[in-house]
Design a protein around this ligand. Structure first.
Ligand code: GCU
Length: 122
């Protein structure tokens, strides 16, 4: 489980004003170019299901996911309230060893992120 308290934040805020997060807080993105990133370490190159737990009390928003050097846009749907947390899953590939997992705002903003979960695809 990857929590914001263990991440590097770029121009994003670490907050706790909306209940329902599972660690010590969540990431609040701000304008375009704010990001959260984690260093991940794998013992073999593989595909993973990356589950993102987030809240979005506004209309759908699109951000940029970087995983193992590959980038793609991801859209999170509104959860209806900032205290309502849901998950969305993206299948990604990671190389053996350490690499960077990064989510970045590319529009004005993105959903608030509680945590990420990585599960190796068998
Ligand atoms: C509100 C909310 C924040 C959220 C922000 C947004 O300010 O309190 O938690 O990040 O909207 O639009 O992203």
């Amino acid at each position: 489980r990857l929590l914001p308290q263990d991440a590097d934040l770029g121009n994003a805020l670490y907050q706790s004003e909306h209940a329902g997060y599972t660690g010590d807080g969540f990431v609040n993105f701000r304008e375009s170019d704010s990001y959260v990133q984690w260093d991940v370490d794998t013992d073999a190159a593989s595909e993973f299901d990356l589950t993102i737990r987030y809240a979005l009390g506004a209309a759908d928003r699109t951000g940029l996911l970087t995983a193992g050097g590959a980038q793609r846009e991801i859209t999170v749907e509104s959860t209806g309230a900032w205290t309502t947390w849901e998950t969305t899953t993206e299948r990604i590939s990671l190389p053996e060893g350490s690499s960077t997992l990064r989510i970045e705002a590319i529009g004005e903003d993105f959903g608030n992120i509680d945590a990420l979960e990585l599960e190796r695809v068998q």
